[in-house]
Design a protein around this ligand. Structure first.
Ligand code: EPS
Length: 347
């Protein structure tokens, strides 16, 4: 059951990334500067690679908005890939331009290359890399920014933070860990946390497994490239006693409050009025300057994996992407519970 729906398209070195969003009410103000500031955040963070020096991601709105407000029709967002200038022939859609420049057959362990080549019957792993690249998260962050503009109208707020990078737990340690990894041609993962505040009680439902908000959020965050675990609330729940874990209820000035929030704002698959807290761990990026042992799928010989310009660590970007994904899940839930055709419905 989806009201806020969208598709994205685009290859990492293709002309552009696009997204078509459907289901937002009319008369929502669309602040383009806000969308661009979210895109800028995604590009930032310590440990990002050379591509981020080429791109300065900005959105162009191609449909669904007139004079700064949605009009109820599908919204098309477009982000140009500046790097396309350097890839026009290699990424051409024209059969006459066919080339093996930038083709590769040595699959990177941990990436989509191997399984993707078998699934889609592709000899040139470039055809797998281009769409499996985390570049597509730029379009997702733009969609998330539009969802955030919608959520903002209801006083909903959000934030995210980095909990760990490698074995570092403070900003200074993050930088040292990343510098060390870079110096040895290595890569690093980490752990992030996203919080959403002021959510109404009762988003999601316990009545069917696929309406549980915990499950919907888990899928949205788990499918961020390189994310391997997702937790809601206190992730030490498995080793706590019921008396320690469950959030006891009290009355404060006649208002029901939980004094703890181990449940992370969700009970029975529904928001319970407390802050929604989701954490995720990201594995180290699989594109490695010091290549890993692998197979050349063309010769079937053991060799070293392909290296292509990459990031040493993208955990900060992951936090921005996770905020975006949670935003679009929550926007959908808000529309399911309260949605209409326009921001203010008249009888
Ligand atoms: C990314 C763009 C990519 C990579 C990175 C994320 O650009 P390029 O391949 O041209 O350097 O920097 O993607 C990966 C490393 C990956 O394995 O998916 C971006 O815009 O976030």
């Amino acid at each position: 059951m989806e009201k806020f729906r969208f598709l994205t398209s685009g290859e990492s070195h293709g002309k552009c990334l696009t997204a078509i969003i459907e289901g937002l009410p009319a008369n929502l103000e669309i602040d383009v500067d806000f969308i661009n500031s979210e895109l800028k955040k995604r590009q930032g963070g310590y440990g990002r690679g050379g591509r981020m020096k080429i791109e300065s991601d900005t959105v162009e709105i191609l449909s669904g908005v007139r004079f700064g407000k949605t009009i109820g029709s599908p919204i098309t967002l477009m982000i140009k890939n500046k790097d396309f200038e350097n890839w026009q022939k290699i990424m051409s859609t024209n059969p006459e331009d066919e080339t093996d420049e930038k083709a590769f057959t040595t699959c990177r362990p941990g990436h989509a290359d191997y399984a993707g080549s078998i699934k889609y019957h592709q000899k040139d792993l470039r055809n797998i890399l281009e769409r499996s690249s985390a570049r597509q998260t730029a379009a997702e962050v733009a969609v998330g920014a539009v969802a955030k503009l919608f959520l903002k109208q209801f006083g909903i707020e959000w934030s995210s933070k980095i909990l760990q990078i490698g074995s570092g737990k403070t900003e200074e340690e993050f930088h040292t860990e990343i510098d060390n990894a870079k110096a040895e041609g290595n890569s690093l993962g980490g752990k992030i946390e996203v919080t959403y505040k002021n959510l109404p009680i009762g988003l999601g439902s316990y009545v069917h497994w696929d309406r549980r908000l915990d499950g919907r959020l888990a899928q949205a965050v788990m499918s961020i490239p390189a994310v391997k675990t997702v937790a809601i609330g206190n992730h030490h729940a498995y080793k706590m006693k019921g008396s320690e874990y469950h959030d006891e209820m009290f009355l404060e000035n006649g208002k029901i409050v939980h004094k703890t929030n181990n449940a992370g704002g969700l009970e029975g698959g529904m928001t319970n009025g407390e802050d929604l807290v989701i954490s995720a761990t990201m594995k180290p990026i699989p594109t490695m300057q010091k290549p890993l042992h692998t197979i050349d799928l063309a010769t079937m010989e053991e060799t070293e994996a392909h290296f292509e310009r990459s990031d040493t660590c993208a955990v900060e970007a992951c936090a921005v992407v996770a905020e975006a994904r949670v935003a679009w899940v929550l926007a959908n839930e808000m529309l399911l519970k309260f949605g209409g055709d326009a921001m203010r419905e008249e009888p």
